[in-house]
Each structure stands twice: as structure tokens, then as C-alpha cells.
Design a binder for this molecule. Structure first.
Ligand SMILES: Nc1ncnc2c1ncn2[C@@H]1O[C@H](COP(=O)(O)OP(=O)(O)OP(=O)(O)O)[C@@H](O)[C@H]1O
Length: 772
């Protein structure tokens, strides 16, 4: 819309008024917050002054307790209000810059026309009667995303509200000034989206509230089934929709759900930091984020070195010639499958009758309880009891044995000897510890005999502490041997061809204290069947992004961990790059087997320009169904080189061109770490670049070289694939990796190859790229 029209001026005048009101509200809130803060500090300082403490009589104890409770509640209520005030001040600061981005005029059937302005938070008028701005998550705001002018409706807790939408308007407001205004038709204005998508890549993902598309809104506001599965093509806004959905749920259920009851499983650490600012930008606290690997590492302490799924992928991409390569691939696929879970279940059933493995319990080098004794005790327990229940009884039995041991040890000489040789610091510590336990006072400590006795007892207790802890942590179960046993049993019914080799390799890995990536889930699962499940009942919503890379077994395991959670899975089976899935159906497809699953498909790609989407969609089967958002750009470029040494010169040329054009984030995406390393060595002297080879490195703007698997979920202004020769990308298993690399590009895509091009490129029609 043209500037300075009557409508423009009217809208600008309203913006001005609203901002003045926001500022006034903010000021008054700041004053109140100041007072409240002082109040809280006072309350904390004088907490005990207002509490009557008397604990001589039982009645008085109850009174004291009530008085402390009342005071604590008062304090926490004030602190909560302070938190709320603080949150509102932050929201006002954001609204003062850009109070809203949309407006709809809506007349409910039989009602009056209502003008609804929509922003990232709501604002009431001075009298607190009417909404001047509606939060984008309010029910009425959903029409903004779902309808073009004409008949429209929205859901409320009381039912459907139907009516007519007369106007739908978009605003771009910066620093309190309208810089763009569009009256829109069908979808949320191409113009605005064009502007947003045309910008440079950022090191932090942005919120998309102003331009959420109808199909994405469906994901964001979905509330019915327990499981929502989103299959969306590369760049279709899955991660964006997931983040907005979390913000939506935190708003919709704000009385019952806190941000720390929502958990997002992310593909890697870099991704975690990439999405970390979206919710705070929307005024919400961040949800919990974890990688599966992190979860496993916490569970397994430092018993094993865990292979990361990326190291596993590196092995698969670089070690084809190694002796056991085929067996490993078979093993990876088999261990990802639910058949393997079943095999473990059957194994556990057998263990209930025989075959459990325990460790000897030793103290000071001497056997206290032998593994045979533990086993005998275990198998004497009632056979109807579950293994975890029996284990608990074994634990109690062992702890009682340690109590007996403690008494026995006290009759020996070593505790007294150790007490005699205690240095001064230990002696003082011991004294304090005994005092703390109120076993002693200063007078009795002077009594030499008693002192010796007490110290000896303490020394025995101290020395037994690690043993007790180990027993409490169920370390008397020989998990390593139990897992081994799984591969040593008689051949299972449905075993894979390479079963013997798979078993030998697994056993040798765990003997050397390494847990291969494919064994992590089965190992933890077996452990849970023996020790009892470690569930987390607090989490209400679990999101799994890049869900195509989770195995069906892994997914079932995660589901069991969070029995009270609703699940949202988002992924793209064309980007399944991790080996645990292989050619087996990913959980995006497998989830079809679950009850109450709602599936949503996203076919439109927003990240890349239209020419890049047209090009990349030819790299995968079924790609013709992918729709490109209408954003212009140059055709991708292919560089056919004859010799390897030409490659570096070509890369240099391309980098210089892209930098000159102002592309801020340029990524050279190699297939393996080794390929990247070679490129880095050749370019290092001439360019300032970063080599990202570990997921823990932060993602920043600039020129970088990294393996494709670390670029999962992330995007760059310009992507350069350094080597798409037939020798690098040939096998079907590499197709998805190549596709993932190319679809990271927002604006520019350059691809080099040496000699013959990859067969995946041969199917791309010649008019979809430039050739040099
Ligand atoms: N409605 C929208 N408005 C503005 N930008 C959008 C919208 N939807 C998606 N985008 C942008 O498109 C890009 C891709 O989005 P996102 O990363 O969420 O997609 P994805 O489906 O998770 O991608 P991939 O599977 O390829 O990693 C991001 O830059 C995002 O901001």
C-alpha cells in the first residue's frame, strides 16, 4: 500500500497512540516492580522476625510450622508477582518497538464488527476492558492464519464462532513506524514472506509468528491426539512450527504447564544453540533440550566411552574396505529394529529362570558375598515376582550383609590403627562429623577410649560407604556380562545372517569399554528391564526434531521414558542420514502402527529460492511433489573439473564471488570430516574460515567448512558442495546425505565435481542448472 494515504495515516496514528499507552503502562509497572522488589528484600531479611518459633511442646511445634509456612507462602507469592511483572515489562519493551503485525476485521454471525490487531503479546486498554492487541495465540487470532477475507470461523472452548472476515491487513512496524502495509488476499502475503525469506541467514533461528502459513498453523494449534507426526520436505518450516507450537502450548495451558515440562530432542549441540533464542524472543521461557546421546551419557556415567551417531556415520562413510564392515551394517540395522527389542524381551524372560550375572562383593580385597551366593539368593525368591522387584530384595539383603560386615570389621585391628595414624585435618573432620551426627560432645571426646572407639566406627563406616553406594546403585548386577549374554545365547529364532560376527564384534567393543552407537538404546533398554524403568512422569510434551534419524526401537524406548507425555515428531524421510535407520522405515512411517496418530504433511519449501528447490527436488524420488515458495534467484551452478588440483582453485573463485555479493554465511559442506580437513588445509592461508568438526562448536556467521551431518537442521546463505563426483556420492545410502547438503542453501548453491558427476546429478534436467 502506498505511503501517506488516508488509511496509512490513520494506522500510523493508532500505532503512535498504542505505543504511548504501552510506555505509560511500562512506567507504572516499573514503579510497582521497584516497590515489590524492596518488599521482597525486606521480607527475606526479616523472615524470622515475623515467625513465632517455639518447639518445646508438640502444639507449639505445629504452630511454629504453620507460621513458617505462612511466611514462606507470602514470600513466594510476592516473588511470583515480581516474576510476572518482570515478564510484562519485557513484553512491553518488545511491543513498544513493534506492537503488532496483523489486523483482521471480523463480524460474528448476528454480532458487530470487531477490529482485531494481532501481535506477539496481548495489550488491554487503560480500563483493562478491551483488547487493543491480541496475542497471536488467542483463539480469534487463528483466523488471521487460516482464512482469506470471506466466511471464516475459529474454535473457542465454547464451540465454533462463525462469521465474515472483511479485511486482513499486514504491517511491518519498526521503531514505532509503519514501514510496510499490505492488504492481503489468499495466503499471508507473499510480499511480507518474500521480504523475510530474502534476508540473510542468521546464527539464531527466528520466530515466524508474523507469517505463519495455514498448513503450519495446523501443526502449531493441534490439540487432539497423543501423537502428532509431521512429515515435511526440506525447508518447509518443521523446526519453526515446532518452536511456535511450544510457545502456543505454553500459552494455551499456561495454568497447568511450565516450560520445563516440555522437552525437545535435538539432533546435536549446534542445533540446540541455534534454536535457543526463539522462545525468549516470544516472551516465553525455553523448554528443556537434550540430545539422545546426552541422555544416554548421563545414564551410563563413565562406564563406557559412547560412540556418537556422527562418529558411527564417519565410520560407515570412510571404512567400506574394513573387514567387518558388512557385519556392522547388518548389526546396525538389526539393532535398530523392534525385532531386536523382542529378542531382548525373550532374553529377559529366560533370565527370570536362569542366567543372571552378578559381581562378587568385596571389601578390602576380601570376598564378602560371592556372585554365586547372590545368584542363589536371587533365584530362591518367588518366581512370580518381576526381576526388578527381586533385584530390590537382593539389594536390601546385601545392605544387611554390609551392616553385619561393619560390626565384624569393628572387632579387627585395622580401624584402630587407621585412627591412630590419622592426620590433623582428618582428625578434625572426623570430630566435626561425629558432632554433626550428635554422637559426641566435647567432654566425651576427651575420653580416650571412647574417642578411639568412635573414630574406629567412623572409619569403618567411611570405608564401607562406597560399597553401600555401589549396592544402592545396583552395581552388583554385571550389566556388561548380561548384555554379552544376549549375543552368546543359542541362536535366536529370527536372527540375521551375520549374527555370529555381529555378536563377536559387539562383545569385543564392550570388552574395551566402548559402546557402539547402535548398542546404546538396546543396552539401556536391557538395563531398564533388569533394574526397573527409569521414567520421567513430569514431562508433558516431548518433541523429536529430525525424527527420521531415530530408530523404531529408540522411539519406543523414549516413549516408555515419558509415560505422561504427548508426542510431536517432525522429520523428513528424504533426510534420513544416520545409519541406524538404513533403508528400514523411519519412525515417521513406523509411527503409523501406533494408535491415535495424527499425520500432517508439509510439501512447500520456504528456505531456498525457487530455482534451488526445483533443482534439489530432482535429487530424490517423488521430489516432483515438492512445491517451491515463489522466491526468485539464480540457478544452481555445477563445475565439472578434470583434475583434483583444479578443485581448490574453483572453490577459491566461488568463495570470492559469494563474499563479494555480500553472502554472510557461506558453508562448504563436505561428506566426511577427512574431506573437510583437506579443504581447510588448502584454503586456510587465504581465507578466514572456521572448521567445524565437532557438534559442540558454536554456529556463527562467516565462511565455514563442515561435514553435512553437522549441518542438519541449519541453513546458510550460500552452500558449496566441494565434491559431487561419482566416487563420492554414488550409493543409494549417500543420496539423502547429498540431498541434505544441497537443501541447506537459502540463496546460492554451487557444486563441484571431478571427472564424472554423481549419478544423482545426472537425472536433473539441464535447464535447472548452469554449467561451467
Ligand atoms: N511461515 C514462515 N514464515 C517465515 N519464514 C518461514 C516460514 N516457514 C519457514 N520459514 C523459514 O524457512 C526456513 C526453513 O525453516 P525450518 O528450518 O523450520 O524448516 P525445516 O522443515 O525444519 O527444515 P529442514 O528439515 O530442511 O531442516 C527458515 O529460515 C524459516 O525461518
Amino acid at each position: 500500500m502506498e505511503k501517506n494515504t488516508r488509511i496509512w495515516k490513520q494506522e500510523q496514528a493508532r500505532v503512535k497512540e498504542i505505543i504511548e499507552l504501552i510506555q505509560a503502562k511500562r512506567q507504572s509497572l516499573e514503579e510497582n516492580t521497584g516497590q515489590l522488589k524492596e518488599n521482597i528484600i525486606d521480607l527475606r531479611k526479616n523472615f524470622w522476625d515475623d515467625v513465632t518459633v517455639n518447639i518445646d511442646e508438640p502444639d507449639e511445634v505445629i504452630e511454629t510450622y504453620a507460621s513458617i509456612k505462612q511466611q514462606a507462602e507470602l514470600l513466594s507469592e510476592r516473588e511470583r508477582s515480581h516474576g510476572q511483572f518482570y515478564k510484562s515489562i519485557k513484553l512491553y519493551s518488545r511491543l513498544a518497538d513493534s506492537p503488532y503485525f496483523g489486523r483482521i476485521d471480523f463480524t460474528e454471525q448476528g454480532g458487530q464488527k470487531e477490529t482485531v490487531y494481532i501481535g506477539i503479546g496481548s495489550l488491554m486498554d487503560k480500563e483493562e476492558d478491551d483488547f487493543l492487541i491480541y496475542d497471536w495465540r488467542a483463539p480469534i487470532a487463528s483466523m488471521y492464519y487460516d482464512y482469506s477475507p470471506g466466511p471464516a470461523q475459529y474454535e473457542t472452548p465454547e464451540g465454533k464462532m462463525k462469521g465474515e472476515m472483511e479485511l486482513k491487513r499486514q504491517f511491518l512496524i519498526r521503531n514505532g513506524k509503519i514501514t510496510g502495509m499490505f492488504d492481503t488476499g489468499l495466503t499471508i502475503g507473499d510480499e511480507l514472506l518474500q521480504q523475510v525469506l530474502g534476508g540473510n541467514a542468521t546464527s539464531q533461528m527466528k520466530s515466524i509468528v508474523a507469517t505463519i502459513q495455514k498448513e503450519q498453523n495446523q501443526i502449531i494449534r493441534y490439540e487432539k491426539n497423543d501423537m502428532l507426526v509431521v512429515q515435511g520436505v526440506a525447508g518447509s518450516g518443521k523446526t519453526s512450527a515446532a518452536m511456535q507450537r511450544i510457545a502456543y502450548l505454553l500459552y494455551r495451558y499456561r495454568k497447568t504447564i511450565r516450560a520445563d515440562q516440555v522437552l525437545l530432542f535435538s539432533p546435536n549441540q549446534m542445533f540446540i544453540s541455534y534454536v535457543a533464542s526463539v522462545l525468549p524472543e516470544l516472551g516465553e521461557e525455553n523448554m528443556r533440550q537434550n540430545t539422545f546421546q546426552e541422555y544416554a551419557a548421563q545414564r551410563l556415567d563413565d562406564e563406557y566411552t559412547l560412540e556418537s551417531p556422527f562418529d558411527q556415520l564417519e565410520y560407515l562413510l570412510s571404512s567400506q574396505t574394513e573387514k567387518n564392515y558388512d557385519a556392522r551394517i547388518d548389526g546396525i540395522h538389526y539393532k535398530a529394529d523392534l525385532a531386536f527389542k523382542q529378542m531382548i524381551d525373550q532374553y529377559v524372560t529366560k533370565l527370570a529362570i536362569q542366567g543372571m550375572r552378578f559381581r562378587n562383593i568385596k571389601f578390602r580385597g576380601e570376598l564378602v558375598v560371592s556372585r554365586t551366593e547372590i545368584s542363589e539368593y536371587f533365584y530362591k525368591l518367588n518366581t512370580n515376582m518381576s526381576i526388578p522387584n527381586k533385584i530390590e530384595l537382593v539389594m536390601d539383603w546385601l545392605l544387611a550383609k554390609v551392616d553385619d560386615l561393619a560390626n565384624e570389621e569393628l572387632t579387627k585391628d585395622w580401624p584402630v590403627e587407621e585412627a591412630t595414624f590419622m592426620d590433623k585435618k582428618d582428625y578434625l573432620d572426623a570430630f566435626k562429623e561425629l558432632q554433626k551426627n550428635q554422637r559426641f560432645n566435647e567432654e566425651t571426646f576427651d575420653d580416650y577410649q571412647r574417642e578411639e572407639q568412635m573414630l574406629a566406627k567412623m572409619i569403618v563406616e567411611r570405608s564401607l560407604r562406597p560399597l553401600r553406594n555401589k549396592i544402592k546403585n545396583l552395581k552388583f548386577i554385571h550389566m556388561k556380562k548380561l548384555y554379552r549374554g544376549l549375543f552368546e545365547q543359542d541362536l535366536p529364532v529370527d536372527y540375521p545372517d551375520n549374527w555370529k560376527e555381529i555378536g563377536e564384534d559387539t562383545i569385543s567393543a564392550i570388552q574395551s569399554k566402548t559402546l557402539p552407537a547402535e548398542d546404546i538404546t538396546p543396552y539401556l533398554y536391557l538395563q531398564d528391564q533388569i533394574e526397573g524403568r527409569k521414567i520421567n512422569p513430569v514431562i508433558q510434551y516431548v518433541f523429536i526434531d529430525e525424527a527420521q534419524d531415530y530408530s523404531p526401537f529408540q522411539f519406543e524406548f523414549i516413549q516408555q521414558l515419558f509415560p505422561n507425555a504427548h508426542f510431536t515428531l517432525l522429520g523428513d524421510y528424504n533426510q534420513a542420514i544416520l545409519a541406524n535407520v538404513g533403508e528400514a522405515p523411519t519412525i515417521l512411517e513406523a509411527a503409523g502402527g501406533y494408535k491415535n496418530v495424527k499425520r500432517i504433511q508439509l510439501m512447500r519449501s520456504y528456505r531456498s529460492t525457487k530455482p534451488i528447490v526445483h533443482f534439489t527436488s530432482r535429487l530424490i524420488p517423488g521430489g516432483h511433489e515438492i512445491e517451491a515458495f515463489n522466491r526468485d534467484g539464480r540457478l544452481p551452478r555445477l563445475y565439472g573439473l578434470h583434475k583434483r588440483r583444479e578443485q581448490i582453485d574453483q572453490l577459491k573463485k566461488v568463495i570470492e564471488e559469494r563474499q563479494k555479493e555480500g553472502q554472510e554465511t557461506i558453508a562448504i559442506l563436505g561428506k566426511t570430516k577427512e574431506e573437510c580437513q583437506e579443504i581447510v588445509s588448502s584454503l586456510e592461508g587465504e581465507f578466514s574460515l572456521r572448521f567445524i568438526y565437532k557438534e559442540s562448536q558454536p554456529f556463527e556467521k562467516g565462511l565455514m567448512v563442515l561435514p553435512v551431518y553437522l549441518a542438519k537442521g541449519i541453513e546458510f546463505d550460500s552452500v558449496i558442495v566441494p565434491d559431487a563426483s561419482v566416487s563420492t556420492y554414488r550409493q543409494e545410502s549417500e543420496r539423502k546425505l547429498f540431498y541434505t547438503a544441497c537443501t541447506r542453501a537459502m540463496h546460492e548453491l554451487d557444486i563441484c565435481y571431478i571427472g564424472e558427476m554423481s549419478p544423482f546429478l545426472k537425472h536433473v534436467p539441464r535447464n535447472l542448472y548452469e554449467y561451467e
